[in-house]
Design a protein. Structure first.
Lengths: 311, 276
Protein backbone atom coordinates (compact mmCIF):
# COMPACT_ATOMS: atom_id res chain seq x y z
CA UNK A 1 0.00 0.00 0.00
CA UNK A 2 1.13 3.55 -0.68
CA UNK A 3 2.92 4.95 2.31
CA UNK A 4 3.67 1.61 3.93
CA UNK A 5 7.17 1.45 5.41
CA UNK A 6 9.06 -1.61 4.14
CA UNK A 7 12.78 -2.24 3.71
CA UNK A 8 13.65 -3.42 0.21
CA UNK A 9 15.58 -6.36 1.70
CA UNK A 10 12.21 -7.62 2.95
CA UNK A 11 10.81 -7.13 -0.53
CA UNK A 12 13.70 -9.22 -1.85
CA UNK A 13 12.93 -12.11 0.51
CA UNK A 14 9.21 -11.93 -0.21
CA UNK A 15 9.71 -11.81 -3.96
CA UNK A 16 12.00 -14.83 -3.86
CA UNK A 17 9.32 -16.83 -2.08
CA UNK A 18 6.70 -15.84 -4.65
CA UNK A 19 8.97 -16.67 -7.58
CA UNK A 20 10.09 -19.88 -5.91
CA UNK A 21 6.51 -21.13 -5.97
CA UNK A 22 6.39 -20.76 -9.75
CA UNK A 23 9.91 -21.74 -10.72
CA UNK A 24 11.63 -24.92 -9.57
CA UNK A 25 14.97 -23.85 -11.04
CA UNK A 26 15.27 -20.82 -8.78
CA UNK A 27 17.82 -21.39 -6.02
CA UNK A 28 19.05 -19.01 -3.36
CA UNK A 29 22.59 -18.97 -2.05
CA UNK A 30 23.63 -17.22 1.10
CA UNK A 31 26.75 -16.66 3.14
CA UNK A 32 25.53 -16.96 6.73
CA UNK A 33 23.34 -13.88 6.47
CA UNK A 34 19.94 -15.40 5.70
CA UNK A 35 18.37 -13.59 8.66
CA UNK A 36 19.68 -10.23 7.55
CA UNK A 37 19.28 -10.55 3.78
CA UNK A 38 15.78 -11.92 4.40
CA UNK A 39 16.42 -14.96 2.26
CA UNK A 40 15.42 -16.82 5.42
CA UNK A 41 11.86 -16.44 4.11
CA UNK A 42 12.88 -18.50 1.08
CA UNK A 43 14.76 -20.97 3.25
CA UNK A 44 11.66 -21.54 5.36
CA UNK A 45 9.51 -22.07 2.27
CA UNK A 46 11.98 -24.07 0.18
CA UNK A 47 14.71 -25.48 2.42
CA UNK A 48 16.02 -27.79 -0.30
CA UNK A 49 16.64 -24.88 -2.64
CA UNK A 50 18.39 -22.63 -0.14
CA UNK A 51 22.14 -23.19 -0.06
CA UNK A 52 24.05 -21.70 2.82
CA UNK A 53 27.68 -21.46 1.76
CA UNK A 54 28.93 -20.28 5.12
CA UNK A 55 31.02 -17.15 5.41
CA UNK A 56 32.68 -17.52 2.03
CA UNK A 57 31.28 -15.07 -0.50
CA UNK A 58 33.87 -15.68 -3.19
CA UNK A 59 33.07 -19.38 -3.17
CA UNK A 60 29.34 -18.63 -3.11
CA UNK A 61 29.56 -16.63 -6.33
CA UNK A 62 31.57 -19.41 -7.97
CA UNK A 63 29.04 -22.05 -6.91
CA UNK A 64 26.26 -19.88 -8.31
CA UNK A 65 28.15 -19.64 -11.60
CA UNK A 66 28.58 -23.40 -11.79
CA UNK A 67 24.94 -24.06 -10.95
CA UNK A 68 23.78 -21.64 -13.62
CA UNK A 69 25.63 -23.65 -16.28
CA UNK A 70 23.39 -26.58 -15.35
CA UNK A 71 20.13 -24.67 -15.76
CA UNK A 72 19.52 -23.27 -12.30
CA UNK A 73 18.84 -19.58 -11.76
CA UNK A 74 20.83 -18.73 -8.65
CA UNK A 75 20.29 -15.64 -6.52
CA UNK A 76 23.54 -15.24 -4.60
CA UNK A 77 22.88 -13.09 -1.58
CA UNK A 78 24.99 -11.15 0.86
CA UNK A 79 25.63 -7.60 2.00
CA UNK A 80 26.64 -5.25 -0.82
CA UNK A 81 30.06 -4.88 0.75
CA UNK A 82 30.78 -8.59 0.36
CA UNK A 83 28.74 -9.43 -2.75
CA UNK A 84 30.12 -6.57 -4.83
CA UNK A 85 33.23 -5.72 -2.84
CA UNK A 86 34.74 -8.95 -1.54
CA UNK A 87 33.58 -11.02 -4.49
CA UNK A 88 34.10 -8.40 -7.19
CA UNK A 89 36.57 -10.42 -9.16
CA UNK A 90 34.51 -13.59 -8.89
CA UNK A 91 31.48 -11.69 -10.19
CA UNK A 92 33.60 -10.21 -12.97
CA UNK A 93 35.40 -13.37 -14.08
CA UNK A 94 33.10 -16.26 -13.15
CA UNK A 95 29.75 -14.58 -13.86
CA UNK A 96 30.24 -11.51 -16.04
CA UNK A 97 32.84 -12.74 -18.51
CA UNK A 98 30.99 -15.97 -19.39
CA UNK A 99 27.66 -14.05 -19.29
CA UNK A 100 26.10 -16.55 -16.90
CA UNK A 101 22.55 -16.33 -15.66
CA UNK A 102 23.41 -15.43 -12.07
CA UNK A 103 21.67 -12.80 -9.97
CA UNK A 104 23.57 -11.05 -7.21
CA UNK A 105 21.16 -9.98 -4.48
CA UNK A 106 22.99 -7.39 -2.38
CA UNK A 107 21.35 -6.02 0.73
CA UNK A 108 22.60 -3.50 3.30
CA UNK A 109 23.83 -1.08 0.67
CA UNK A 110 24.82 2.47 1.59
CA UNK A 111 25.12 4.32 4.90
CA UNK A 112 21.61 3.37 6.01
CA UNK A 113 23.16 0.15 7.29
CA UNK A 114 23.44 2.33 10.36
CA UNK A 115 25.08 1.21 13.56
CA UNK A 116 27.46 -1.37 12.03
CA UNK A 117 29.47 1.52 10.65
CA UNK A 118 31.86 2.11 7.79
CA UNK A 119 33.17 -1.44 7.30
CA UNK A 120 29.68 -2.61 6.38
CA UNK A 121 28.38 0.50 4.61
CA UNK A 122 29.04 -0.08 0.93
CA UNK A 123 28.99 3.15 -1.04
CA UNK A 124 31.01 1.75 -3.91
CA UNK A 125 29.01 -1.22 -5.22
CA UNK A 126 27.21 0.54 -8.07
CA UNK A 127 30.54 1.87 -9.31
CA UNK A 128 32.11 -1.58 -9.15
CA UNK A 129 29.26 -3.46 -10.80
CA UNK A 130 28.69 -0.82 -13.45
CA UNK A 131 32.14 -1.37 -14.94
CA UNK A 132 31.52 -5.05 -15.66
CA UNK A 133 30.58 -5.46 -19.34
CA UNK A 134 27.04 -6.75 -19.75
CA UNK A 135 26.10 -6.44 -16.08
CA UNK A 136 22.61 -5.13 -15.36
CA UNK A 137 22.58 -2.94 -12.22
CA UNK A 138 19.26 -2.31 -10.48
CA UNK A 139 18.65 -0.20 -7.37
CA UNK A 140 14.92 -0.16 -6.51
CA UNK A 141 13.35 2.64 -4.50
CA UNK A 142 10.52 0.93 -2.67
CA UNK A 143 8.74 -2.34 -1.97
CA UNK A 144 6.66 -2.39 -5.15
CA UNK A 145 9.63 -1.65 -7.33
CA UNK A 146 11.93 -4.04 -5.49
CA UNK A 147 9.59 -7.01 -5.87
CA UNK A 148 9.02 -6.17 -9.53
CA UNK A 149 12.78 -5.89 -10.02
CA UNK A 150 13.42 -9.35 -8.58
CA UNK A 151 10.83 -10.81 -10.93
CA UNK A 152 12.28 -8.95 -13.90
CA UNK A 153 15.78 -10.13 -12.97
CA UNK A 154 14.58 -13.73 -12.94
CA UNK A 155 12.96 -13.33 -16.33
CA UNK A 156 16.01 -11.63 -17.81
CA UNK A 157 18.72 -14.04 -19.00
CA UNK A 158 22.15 -12.87 -17.90
CA UNK A 159 24.12 -11.40 -15.03
CA UNK A 160 22.23 -8.96 -12.87
CA UNK A 161 23.12 -7.02 -9.72
CA UNK A 162 20.25 -6.09 -7.42
CA UNK A 163 20.80 -3.52 -4.66
CA UNK A 164 18.61 -3.46 -1.57
CA UNK A 165 18.52 -1.52 1.68
CA UNK A 166 18.22 -2.37 5.35
CA UNK A 167 16.12 0.62 6.37
CA UNK A 168 12.35 0.67 5.93
CA UNK A 169 11.32 3.16 3.24
CA UNK A 170 7.87 4.42 2.24
CA UNK A 171 6.05 2.77 -0.64
CA UNK A 172 5.78 5.40 -3.37
CA UNK A 173 4.61 3.26 -6.29
CA UNK A 174 1.06 2.00 -6.73
CA UNK A 175 1.22 -1.75 -7.24
CA UNK A 176 -2.00 -1.76 -9.27
CA UNK A 177 -0.56 0.45 -11.98
CA UNK A 178 3.20 0.13 -11.62
CA UNK A 179 5.11 -1.45 -14.50
CA UNK A 180 8.79 -2.26 -14.15
CA UNK A 181 10.97 -2.40 -17.20
CA UNK A 182 14.73 -2.95 -16.96
CA UNK A 183 16.54 0.09 -18.29
CA UNK A 184 13.53 2.40 -18.22
CA UNK A 185 13.52 5.49 -16.03
CA UNK A 186 10.29 6.71 -14.43
CA UNK A 187 9.15 10.32 -14.19
CA UNK A 188 7.57 10.59 -10.75
CA UNK A 189 6.92 14.32 -10.73
CA UNK A 190 6.70 16.88 -13.46
CA UNK A 191 8.68 20.12 -13.18
CA UNK A 192 10.13 22.85 -15.32
CA UNK A 193 12.96 24.56 -13.43
CA UNK A 194 15.27 21.68 -12.63
CA UNK A 195 15.46 17.89 -12.59
CA UNK A 196 16.31 15.63 -9.69
CA UNK A 197 17.39 12.20 -10.90
CA UNK A 198 17.43 9.79 -7.98
CA UNK A 199 17.90 6.10 -7.35
CA UNK A 200 17.09 3.76 -4.50
CA UNK A 201 16.40 4.87 -0.95
CA UNK A 202 16.59 8.67 -1.50
CA UNK A 203 13.94 8.66 -4.25
CA UNK A 204 11.16 9.21 -1.72
CA UNK A 205 13.23 11.87 0.03
CA UNK A 206 13.79 13.56 -3.32
CA UNK A 207 10.03 13.76 -3.82
CA UNK A 208 9.73 15.47 -0.44
CA UNK A 209 12.57 17.82 -1.35
CA UNK A 210 10.72 18.70 -4.57
CA UNK A 211 7.70 19.70 -2.49
CA UNK A 212 9.90 21.91 -0.33
CA UNK A 213 11.29 23.52 -3.48
CA UNK A 214 7.75 24.00 -4.77
CA UNK A 215 6.99 26.03 -1.64
CA UNK A 216 9.85 28.30 -2.67
CA UNK A 217 8.38 28.66 -6.13
CA UNK A 218 10.83 26.25 -7.75
CA UNK A 219 9.33 23.59 -10.00
CA UNK A 220 11.38 20.40 -9.76
CA UNK A 221 10.98 17.37 -12.00
CA UNK A 222 11.80 14.07 -10.26
CA UNK A 223 12.97 11.02 -12.20
CA UNK A 224 13.51 7.63 -10.64
CA UNK A 225 16.34 5.67 -12.23
CA UNK A 226 15.94 2.15 -10.88
CA UNK A 227 18.27 0.71 -13.52
CA UNK A 228 21.66 2.35 -13.47
CA UNK A 229 22.90 0.04 -16.19
CA UNK A 230 21.72 0.02 -18.88
CA UNK A 231 20.92 3.67 -18.17
CA UNK A 232 17.83 5.22 -19.73
CA UNK A 233 19.80 7.80 -21.71
CA UNK A 234 16.72 9.15 -23.45
CA UNK A 235 14.97 10.25 -20.29
CA UNK A 236 18.20 11.81 -18.95
CA UNK A 237 18.94 13.74 -22.14
CA UNK A 238 15.32 14.84 -22.49
CA UNK A 239 15.35 16.16 -18.91
CA UNK A 240 18.60 18.03 -19.51
CA UNK A 241 17.15 19.64 -22.61
CA UNK A 242 13.91 20.53 -20.83
CA UNK A 243 15.18 22.00 -17.55
CA UNK A 244 18.91 22.50 -18.13
CA UNK A 245 19.72 21.81 -14.46
CA UNK A 246 20.39 18.26 -13.33
CA UNK A 247 20.80 17.02 -9.76
CA UNK A 248 21.57 13.36 -9.09
CA UNK A 249 20.75 11.81 -5.73
CA UNK A 250 22.00 8.46 -4.51
CA UNK A 251 22.96 6.68 -1.32
CA UNK A 252 26.34 5.87 -2.83
CA UNK A 253 29.63 7.59 -3.44
CA UNK A 254 29.37 10.50 -5.84
CA UNK A 255 32.22 8.76 -7.64
CA UNK A 256 31.19 6.04 -10.04
CA UNK A 257 27.51 5.69 -9.31
CA UNK A 258 24.34 7.26 -10.72
CA UNK A 259 25.87 10.74 -10.73
CA UNK A 260 28.79 9.59 -12.79
CA UNK A 261 26.57 7.61 -15.16
CA UNK A 262 24.35 10.64 -15.76
CA UNK A 263 27.32 13.00 -16.12
CA UNK A 264 28.96 10.66 -18.65
CA UNK A 265 25.87 10.60 -20.82
CA UNK A 266 25.27 14.33 -20.65
CA UNK A 267 28.93 15.21 -21.27
CA UNK A 268 28.70 13.37 -24.57
CA UNK A 269 25.14 13.99 -25.65
CA UNK A 270 23.90 17.20 -24.04
CA UNK A 271 26.48 19.10 -21.97
CA UNK A 272 24.61 20.28 -18.90
CA UNK A 273 25.62 21.22 -15.38
CA UNK A 274 25.22 18.17 -13.15
CA UNK A 275 25.30 18.44 -9.36
CA UNK A 276 26.00 15.10 -7.71
CA UNK A 277 24.34 14.58 -4.35
CA UNK A 278 25.53 11.50 -2.51
CA UNK A 279 28.27 10.28 -0.20
CA UNK A 280 31.11 12.69 -0.86
CA UNK A 281 34.16 10.46 -1.17
CA UNK A 282 34.18 9.65 2.53
CA UNK A 283 33.54 6.55 4.65
CA UNK A 284 30.37 6.26 6.65
CA UNK A 285 30.22 5.80 10.41
CA UNK A 286 28.12 4.23 13.17
CA UNK A 287 24.79 5.69 14.15
CA UNK A 288 21.06 5.23 13.64
CA UNK A 289 20.33 5.16 9.89
CA UNK A 290 18.04 8.17 9.92
CA UNK A 291 20.57 10.27 11.81
CA UNK A 292 23.25 9.29 9.32
CA UNK A 293 21.06 10.15 6.35
CA UNK A 294 20.52 13.55 7.93
CA UNK A 295 24.19 14.04 8.71
CA UNK A 296 25.23 13.05 5.19
CA UNK A 297 22.46 15.25 3.75
CA UNK A 298 20.57 12.48 2.01
CA UNK A 299 17.23 13.19 3.71
CA UNK A 300 14.71 15.59 2.16
CA UNK A 301 16.10 18.56 4.06
CA UNK A 302 19.66 17.77 3.00
CA UNK A 303 18.71 17.29 -0.64
CA UNK A 304 16.67 20.52 -0.58
CA UNK A 305 19.57 22.45 0.93
CA UNK A 306 22.08 21.13 -1.59
CA UNK A 307 19.81 21.91 -4.52
CA UNK A 308 19.21 25.44 -3.27
CA UNK A 309 22.93 25.99 -2.68
CA UNK A 310 23.72 25.00 -6.22
CA UNK A 311 21.09 27.11 -7.96
CA UNK B 1 41.27 -47.22 -24.75
CA UNK B 2 44.24 -49.33 -23.64
CA UNK B 3 47.39 -47.99 -22.08
CA UNK B 4 49.41 -47.99 -25.33
CA UNK B 5 46.67 -46.09 -27.17
CA UNK B 6 46.47 -43.56 -24.34
CA UNK B 7 50.23 -43.11 -24.42
CA UNK B 8 50.09 -42.47 -28.16
CA UNK B 9 47.27 -39.96 -27.73
CA UNK B 10 49.22 -38.21 -24.99
CA UNK B 11 52.14 -37.76 -27.38
CA UNK B 12 49.79 -36.14 -29.88
CA UNK B 13 48.34 -33.93 -27.14
CA UNK B 14 51.87 -32.86 -26.20
CA UNK B 15 52.70 -32.07 -29.83
CA UNK B 16 49.61 -29.86 -29.96
CA UNK B 17 50.64 -28.06 -26.78
CA UNK B 18 54.14 -27.30 -28.05
CA UNK B 19 52.82 -26.33 -31.48
CA UNK B 20 50.15 -24.00 -30.10
CA UNK B 21 52.46 -22.25 -27.66
CA UNK B 22 55.18 -21.93 -30.33
CA UNK B 23 52.68 -20.39 -32.74
CA UNK B 24 51.37 -18.04 -30.06
CA UNK B 25 54.91 -17.05 -29.06
CA UNK B 26 53.46 -17.08 -25.54
CA UNK B 27 51.59 -19.35 -23.17
CA UNK B 28 52.19 -21.99 -20.56
CA UNK B 29 53.81 -25.20 -21.78
CA UNK B 30 55.21 -26.49 -18.47
CA UNK B 31 51.95 -27.11 -16.63
CA UNK B 32 50.19 -28.18 -19.81
CA UNK B 33 52.76 -30.90 -20.40
CA UNK B 34 52.78 -32.08 -16.78
CA UNK B 35 49.01 -32.58 -16.95
CA UNK B 36 48.91 -33.94 -20.52
CA UNK B 37 48.44 -37.53 -19.38
CA UNK B 38 45.58 -36.53 -17.08
CA UNK B 39 43.91 -34.46 -19.82
CA UNK B 40 44.28 -37.42 -22.19
CA UNK B 41 42.87 -39.93 -19.74
CA UNK B 42 39.89 -37.73 -18.86
CA UNK B 43 38.83 -37.02 -22.45
CA UNK B 44 39.74 -40.33 -24.11
CA UNK B 45 38.79 -42.73 -21.34
CA UNK B 46 37.08 -41.37 -18.24
CA UNK B 47 34.54 -38.75 -19.15
CA UNK B 48 31.13 -39.25 -20.70
CA UNK B 49 31.34 -36.64 -23.45
CA UNK B 50 30.40 -36.36 -27.12
CA UNK B 51 32.29 -33.95 -29.40
CA UNK B 52 29.22 -33.82 -31.64
CA UNK B 53 27.06 -32.67 -28.75
CA UNK B 54 29.28 -30.60 -26.47
CA UNK B 55 26.37 -29.05 -24.54
CA UNK B 56 24.57 -32.32 -23.71
CA UNK B 57 23.04 -31.66 -20.32
CA UNK B 58 23.96 -35.11 -19.08
CA UNK B 59 27.64 -34.91 -20.07
CA UNK B 60 30.40 -35.09 -17.53
CA UNK B 61 31.89 -31.70 -16.76
CA UNK B 62 35.48 -30.55 -16.60
CA UNK B 63 36.75 -27.30 -15.12
CA UNK B 64 40.35 -26.30 -15.73
CA UNK B 65 40.84 -24.31 -12.56
CA UNK B 66 44.50 -23.82 -13.48
CA UNK B 67 43.27 -22.11 -16.62
CA UNK B 68 46.68 -20.95 -17.82
CA UNK B 69 47.31 -24.51 -18.98
CA UNK B 70 44.68 -23.98 -21.64
CA UNK B 71 47.07 -25.28 -24.34
CA UNK B 72 46.78 -28.70 -22.70
CA UNK B 73 42.99 -28.60 -22.64
CA UNK B 74 42.73 -27.20 -26.16
CA UNK B 75 45.08 -29.76 -27.64
CA UNK B 76 43.12 -32.53 -25.94
CA UNK B 77 39.77 -31.19 -27.12
CA UNK B 78 41.11 -30.80 -30.66
CA UNK B 79 42.56 -34.31 -30.73
CA UNK B 80 39.27 -35.62 -29.34
CA UNK B 81 37.38 -33.99 -32.21
CA UNK B 82 35.76 -30.92 -30.66
CA UNK B 83 37.47 -28.64 -33.19
CA UNK B 84 40.24 -28.93 -35.83
CA UNK B 85 43.76 -29.64 -34.61
CA UNK B 86 45.02 -27.06 -37.14
CA UNK B 87 43.22 -24.35 -35.16
CA UNK B 88 45.76 -24.80 -32.37
CA UNK B 89 48.03 -22.67 -34.56
CA UNK B 90 45.71 -19.72 -33.85
CA UNK B 91 46.16 -19.98 -30.07
CA UNK B 92 46.30 -16.51 -28.51
CA UNK B 93 46.15 -14.82 -31.91
CA UNK B 94 43.95 -11.74 -32.29
CA UNK B 95 40.49 -12.80 -33.38
CA UNK B 96 40.99 -16.49 -32.58
CA UNK B 97 38.43 -18.29 -30.48
CA UNK B 98 41.31 -20.00 -28.70
CA UNK B 99 41.80 -17.37 -26.02
CA UNK B 100 44.79 -17.38 -23.70
CA UNK B 101 42.58 -18.80 -20.98
CA UNK B 102 39.52 -21.06 -21.42
CA UNK B 103 36.45 -19.24 -22.78
CA UNK B 104 33.26 -21.28 -22.55
CA UNK B 105 31.35 -18.85 -24.75
CA UNK B 106 33.41 -19.57 -27.83
CA UNK B 107 35.29 -22.85 -27.47
CA UNK B 108 33.43 -26.12 -28.09
CA UNK B 109 33.92 -28.51 -25.19
CA UNK B 110 34.94 -25.90 -22.61
CA UNK B 111 32.49 -26.20 -19.73
CA UNK B 112 33.63 -23.14 -17.78
CA UNK B 113 35.62 -20.01 -18.42
CA UNK B 114 38.57 -19.95 -16.07
CA UNK B 115 42.03 -18.63 -15.54
CA UNK B 116 41.83 -16.41 -12.51
CA UNK B 117 43.41 -18.87 -10.10
CA UNK B 118 41.41 -20.23 -7.22
CA UNK B 119 37.99 -19.78 -8.79
CA UNK B 120 37.52 -22.88 -10.89
CA UNK B 121 36.96 -25.31 -8.06
CA UNK B 122 34.02 -23.26 -6.76
CA UNK B 123 32.33 -23.42 -10.16
CA UNK B 124 32.98 -27.16 -10.37
CA UNK B 125 31.42 -27.54 -6.92
CA UNK B 126 28.39 -25.64 -8.24
CA UNK B 127 28.11 -28.07 -11.15
CA UNK B 128 28.39 -31.07 -8.85
CA UNK B 129 25.81 -29.62 -6.46
CA UNK B 130 23.49 -28.92 -9.39
CA UNK B 131 23.71 -32.58 -10.42
CA UNK B 132 22.79 -33.70 -6.92
CA UNK B 133 19.87 -31.26 -6.72
CA UNK B 134 18.48 -32.15 -10.12
CA UNK B 135 18.97 -35.89 -9.80
CA UNK B 136 21.44 -36.12 -12.68
CA UNK B 137 24.26 -38.62 -12.61
CA UNK B 138 26.94 -36.69 -14.48
CA UNK B 139 30.29 -36.32 -12.76
CA UNK B 140 32.41 -33.19 -12.44
CA UNK B 141 36.19 -33.09 -12.67
CA UNK B 142 38.37 -30.15 -11.72
CA UNK B 143 42.10 -29.78 -12.32
CA UNK B 144 43.96 -27.47 -9.96
CA UNK B 145 47.59 -26.47 -9.82
CA UNK B 146 49.74 -27.07 -6.76
CA UNK B 147 50.63 -23.38 -6.74
CA UNK B 148 47.01 -22.49 -7.30
CA UNK B 149 45.93 -24.09 -4.05
CA UNK B 150 47.70 -21.25 -2.24
CA UNK B 151 44.53 -19.31 -3.10
CA UNK B 152 42.15 -19.27 -0.12
CA UNK B 153 39.06 -19.74 -2.27
CA UNK B 154 40.19 -23.28 -3.09
CA UNK B 155 39.76 -24.16 0.57
CA UNK B 156 36.39 -22.42 0.81
CA UNK B 157 35.28 -24.64 -2.07
CA UNK B 158 36.90 -27.73 -0.58
CA UNK B 159 35.17 -27.11 2.76
CA UNK B 160 31.80 -26.83 1.02
CA UNK B 161 32.37 -29.93 -1.14
CA UNK B 162 33.33 -31.97 1.91
CA UNK B 163 30.44 -30.60 3.93
CA UNK B 164 27.97 -31.47 1.19
CA UNK B 165 29.57 -34.90 0.62
CA UNK B 166 29.80 -34.30 -3.14
CA UNK B 167 30.92 -37.76 -4.23
CA UNK B 168 30.26 -36.82 -7.86
CA UNK B 169 33.23 -34.43 -7.73
CA UNK B 170 36.86 -35.27 -8.38
CA UNK B 171 39.57 -32.69 -7.76
CA UNK B 172 42.92 -33.41 -9.36
CA UNK B 173 45.93 -31.47 -8.11
CA UNK B 174 48.72 -31.34 -10.69
CA UNK B 175 51.57 -31.53 -8.22
CA UNK B 176 54.55 -30.70 -10.41
CA UNK B 177 56.08 -28.76 -7.52
CA UNK B 178 56.90 -25.65 -9.55
CA UNK B 179 55.31 -22.23 -9.81
CA UNK B 180 56.49 -19.02 -11.45
CA UNK B 181 58.75 -17.85 -8.65
CA UNK B 182 60.28 -21.26 -7.91
CA UNK B 183 59.34 -24.51 -6.20
CA UNK B 184 56.02 -24.42 -4.38
CA UNK B 185 57.58 -25.50 -1.09
CA UNK B 186 60.04 -22.62 -1.23
CA UNK B 187 57.55 -19.94 -2.33
CA UNK B 188 54.80 -20.77 0.17
CA UNK B 189 54.44 -24.45 0.89
CA UNK B 190 51.02 -26.03 0.38
CA UNK B 191 52.30 -29.36 1.75
CA UNK B 192 51.05 -31.75 2.97
CA UNK B 193 48.44 -31.47 0.23
CA UNK B 194 46.97 -34.91 0.86
CA UNK B 195 46.41 -34.30 4.56
CA UNK B 196 44.84 -30.93 3.87
CA UNK B 197 42.22 -32.36 1.51
CA UNK B 198 41.62 -35.26 3.89
CA UNK B 199 41.00 -32.74 6.67
CA UNK B 200 38.40 -31.05 4.47
CA UNK B 201 36.47 -34.30 4.09
CA UNK B 202 37.94 -35.71 0.88
CA UNK B 203 38.93 -39.24 0.00
CA UNK B 204 42.54 -38.72 -1.07
CA UNK B 205 44.54 -40.75 -3.58
CA UNK B 206 48.19 -39.98 -4.33
CA UNK B 207 49.58 -41.17 -7.65
CA UNK B 208 52.23 -40.70 -10.28
CA UNK B 209 50.23 -38.45 -12.59
CA UNK B 210 52.34 -39.37 -15.60
CA UNK B 211 51.59 -43.11 -15.33
CA UNK B 212 48.40 -44.32 -17.00
CA UNK B 213 48.12 -47.43 -14.82
CA UNK B 214 48.07 -45.30 -11.70
CA UNK B 215 45.77 -42.70 -13.28
CA UNK B 216 43.36 -45.45 -14.33
CA UNK B 217 43.30 -46.99 -10.87
CA UNK B 218 42.79 -43.62 -9.18
CA UNK B 219 39.77 -42.63 -11.26
CA UNK B 220 38.24 -46.08 -10.75
CA UNK B 221 38.73 -45.68 -7.00
CA UNK B 222 37.20 -42.19 -7.15
CA UNK B 223 34.14 -43.51 -8.93
CA UNK B 224 33.73 -46.22 -6.32
CA UNK B 225 34.02 -43.74 -3.47
CA UNK B 226 30.65 -42.79 -2.01
CA UNK B 227 29.71 -40.17 0.54
CA UNK B 228 32.67 -37.88 0.00
CA UNK B 229 34.46 -36.09 -2.82
CA UNK B 230 37.79 -37.40 -4.05
CA UNK B 231 41.07 -35.54 -4.41
CA UNK B 232 43.72 -37.11 -6.60
CA UNK B 233 47.15 -35.72 -5.81
CA UNK B 234 48.96 -36.31 -9.09
CA UNK B 235 52.72 -36.12 -8.74
CA UNK B 236 53.94 -35.01 -12.13
CA UNK B 237 56.95 -33.61 -13.91
CA UNK B 238 56.56 -30.05 -15.12
CA UNK B 239 57.36 -29.91 -18.83
CA UNK B 240 57.02 -33.71 -19.09
CA UNK B 241 57.97 -35.10 -22.51
CA UNK B 242 60.24 -32.28 -23.65
CA UNK B 243 63.67 -32.88 -22.12
CA UNK B 244 64.83 -29.29 -21.82
CA UNK B 245 61.53 -28.15 -20.28
CA UNK B 246 61.34 -30.87 -17.62
CA UNK B 247 61.49 -29.64 -14.03
CA UNK B 248 62.34 -26.11 -15.07
CA UNK B 249 60.26 -23.30 -13.50
CA UNK B 250 61.44 -21.08 -16.35
CA UNK B 251 59.21 -23.04 -18.75
CA UNK B 252 56.08 -22.21 -16.77
CA UNK B 253 55.07 -19.39 -19.07
CA UNK B 254 57.47 -19.19 -21.98
CA UNK B 255 57.18 -20.23 -25.61
CA UNK B 256 59.95 -22.18 -27.37
CA UNK B 257 61.81 -20.41 -30.15
CA UNK B 258 62.02 -22.03 -33.59
CA UNK B 259 65.08 -24.08 -32.74
CA UNK B 260 63.66 -25.24 -29.43
CA UNK B 261 60.38 -26.03 -31.13
CA UNK B 262 62.14 -28.25 -33.67
CA UNK B 263 63.99 -30.11 -30.91
CA UNK B 264 60.77 -30.57 -28.89
CA UNK B 265 58.82 -31.89 -31.87
CA UNK B 266 61.68 -34.21 -32.77
CA UNK B 267 61.71 -35.63 -29.25
CA UNK B 268 57.95 -36.09 -29.22
CA UNK B 269 58.07 -37.64 -32.67
CA UNK B 270 60.60 -40.18 -31.48
CA UNK B 271 58.54 -40.85 -28.35
CA UNK B 272 55.55 -41.54 -30.59
CA UNK B 273 57.58 -43.79 -32.88
CA UNK B 274 58.81 -45.76 -29.88
CA UNK B 275 55.21 -46.64 -29.04
CA UNK B 276 54.52 -48.10 -32.50
Amino acid sequence: MLGDMIATRDSYGNALVELGKEHDNLVVLDADLAEATKTIKFRNAFPDRHIDCGIAEANMVGIAAGMSTAGFVPFASSFAMFAAGRAFEQVRNAVGYPKLNVKIGATHAGISVGEDGATHQCNEDIALMRTIPGMVVINPADDVEARAAVKAAYEYYGPCYLRFGRLAVPTINDEATYKFEIGKGVELRKGTDLTIIATGLPVSESLKAAEMLEADGISAQVINIHTIKPLDEDIVVAAAKATGKIFTVEEHSIIGGLGSAVAEVLAEKCPTKVTRIGVKDVYGESGPAKELLKKYELDAEGIYKQVKASL
Amino acid sequence: MNKLELQKKAVEVRKGIVTGVHSAKAGHPGGSLSAADIFTYLYFEEMNIDPANPKDENRDRFVLSKGHTAPGLYSTLANRGFFPVEDLLTLRHTGSYLQGHPDMKHIPGVDMSSGSLGQGLSTAVGMALAAKMSGKDYRTYCLCGDGEIQEGQIWEAAMFAGHRKLDNLVVIVDNNNLQIDGSVDEVCSPYPIDEKFAAFGFHVISINGNDFDEIDAAFAEAKATKGMPTAIIAHTVKGKGVSFMENKAGWHGKAPNDEEYAIAMDELGKAGDALC
